[in-house]
Write a protein that binds this ligand. Structure first.
Ligand SMILES: C[S@@+](CC[C@H](N)C(=O)[O-])C[C@H]1O[C@@H](n2cnc3c(N)ncnc32)[C@H](O)[C@@H]1O
Length: 220
């Protein structure tokens, strides 16, 4: 029960229907999983795939790129332009190589640096608002990532955040018996409180993968 916040049997059943968007992305998923790069889980991908087809975003901002898997998945499903921010130089270099190798260099731009600083730089450069924001980086920093991204959102922008239940630890301290994750838990709870209580957003927390929140911005 370490990996899933929900019943493992149900998750395995759901993942039995999983289909990669393309053979190349299927191979990249296997490579990333073998190297223990924390890309979106299969069940999260399946959920996002249908969300993307409903929301049909043309411009997506991602915070937390890793090896470029989710950025390419977003672009493959929607044809959207994606700007993705990654703090780790080695990860950003791997993502850049993967994006070139799979032919997405016209669709995806990598900004190397911290999520908040990257967003501020994009804003200062006159970047247009995004239709969707995907937050999937350092768990204790989600609130400042969203607050910074706010100026690059518009009414109707969909904000999706991954790992908001953090192996169920956000729901209950019993899942962190030693207190090792205390800070991340505290910060993520603050984030969940923020997105579920701020009247400018409509938010739902989905018990899928490691917990996914979907927020629609009602008033900017
Ligand atoms: C879970 S991985 C992203 C996975 C990716 N979204 C995918 O599904 O393919 C999180 C990434 O966020 C990056 N990261 C951590 N802190 C960050 C920060 N402050 N700003 C930007 N990226 C950060 C990490 O280096 C890591 O590569």
């Amino acid at each position: 029960m370490e990996r899933n916040i929900t019943n493992d049997i149900v998750t395995e059943y759901i993942n039995g229907f999983y289909q990669p968007v393309s053979p190349e992305l299927g191979t990249l998923r296997l490579e990333a999983e073998a190297e223990k790069v924390p890309i979106i889980l299969k069940e999260t991908e399946s959920f996002l795939r249908v969300m993307l087809s409903i929301a049909a975003p043309r411009r997506i901002l991602e915070i937390g790129c890793a090896v470029g898997y989710s950025a390419m998945f977003f672009s493959a499903v929607t044809g959207a332009q994606v700007v993705t921010i990654e703090k780790d130089h080695e990860m950003a270099a791997k993502a850049s190589a993967n994006i070139k190798r799979l032919g997405y260099e016209d669709k995806i731009r990598i900004v190397e640096g911290d999520g908040e600083e990257g967003v501020n730089a994009l804003f200062e450069q006159g970047e247009e608002p995004f239709d969707m924001v995907f937050i999937d980086a350092a768990k204790s920093h989600y609130k400042r990532f969203l607050e910074a991204s706010w100026k690059l959102c518009r009414q109707g922008t969909v904000v999706i955040s991954d790992n908001v239940l953090f192996k169920a630890r956000i729901a209950s301290d019993i899942y962190d018996p030693t207190g090792k994750h205390k800070t991340n838990i505290k910060k993520m709870r603050e984030y969940v409180d923020f997105i579920t209580s701020d009247p400018r957003m409509e938010t739902s927390i989905i018990a899928c993968g490691d917990g996914v929140s979907v927020s629609k911005i009602k008033n900017i």
